[in-house]
Design a protein around this ligand. Structure first.
Ligand code: ADP
Ligand code: MG
Length: 252
């Protein structure tokens, strides 16, 4: 397996006014990694993804994605943003939403070509939503909607997929189906998924980083009680015997 570094963050600091969101964060993501970034709400997870996308410029530190400044790598990144409450009457079909992912490539006239439609079809098939193409997006379940948003990210044929809390609006049975989908996608993509749901994430990803302003990461899926305590600032026993399966915890 190739060990090319796809994301390289070095000494990143991001402030919003008085608030420090990221402090001295360094991170390397390699080709075919499936990395989960966990941490409490407000820990800086969404900010980290926006730095990788080039949407936020850090005050300190360097960012390289595919060896370039992130804004110049954006066409190679698929992004599913954190969702807020969705308008169920939003007047777009599954097909419309998927095709939106080709918008940047639709040319100056913003006309979709046969090639764009072929990619949208392929992406919807990949996430198992092609048969629902004619349905209005708001009428689908949370899990189905999220699959469509993944399809929208996939139609630009990205090599890196960034997912911000993708299972937050999905009930637990649908969540495992969603993770099965990611399991299939990870063969052809590098995936970084952020979530505050430490239990679900730690079961499904290959590597885990913990983020609470500072990042704790050893390039593996092993979490030490010290790291969990530093990240969540609560007694680790509670976490260790609660949501998190023991196998991700080092012997202690
Ligand atoms: P997470 O995704 O882990 O919940 P965020 O990256 O959204 O964390 O936020 C990290 C910190 O930065 C939080 O304290 C949040 O309130 C603050 N923050 C995020 N975005 C903004 C913004 N646009 N303006 C001001 N503060 C922000
Ligand atoms: Mg967030």
């Amino acid at each position: 397996m190739n060990n090319r570094a796809i994301v390289e963050l070095d000494g990143i600091c991001v402030n919003y006014g008085e608030v420090t969101a990221l402090e001295n964060v360094s991170l390397s993501v390699f080709e075919h990694d499936f990395l989960g970034v966990i941490g409490p709400n407000g820990g800086g997870k969404s900010t980290l993804l926006k730095v990788i996308l080039g949407l936020i410029k850090p005050h300190h530190g360097s960012v390289f994605v595919f060896g370039k400044p992130p804004a110049r790598a954006r066409s190679r990144i698929g992004y599913v943003s954190q969702r807020s409450v969705f308008d169920r009457d939003f007047p777009a079909s599954v097909w419309d939403v998927a095709l939106m992912g080709r918008y940047d490539r639709a040319g100056i006239m913003r006309w979709y070509r046969g090639e764009d439609r072929a990619e949208a079809e392929k992406a919807l098939a990949r996430v198992g939503m092609l048969e629902h193409r004619g349905k209005q997006i708001g009428r689908l379940s949370g899990g189905q909607q999220q699959r469509v948003f993944v399809a929208r990210a996939l139609v630009s044929e990205p090599e890196l997929l960034l997912l911000d809390e993708p299972t937050a609006s999905i009930d637990s049975t649908m969540q495992s189906e969603f993770y099965e989908l990611l399991e299939q996608l990870k063969d052809s993509l590098t995936i970084v998924m952020v979530s505050h749901d430490i239990g679900a994430v730690s079961v499904h990803v290959d590597k885990i980083a913990c983020l609470n302003r500072e990042l704790y990461y050893h390039g593996s899926r092993e979490l030490t009680p010290e790291i969990l305590e530093a990240t969540y600032q609560c007694p680790v026993q509670l976490i260790a015997h609660g949501a998190v399966p023991h196998r991700v915890l080092k012997e202690h």
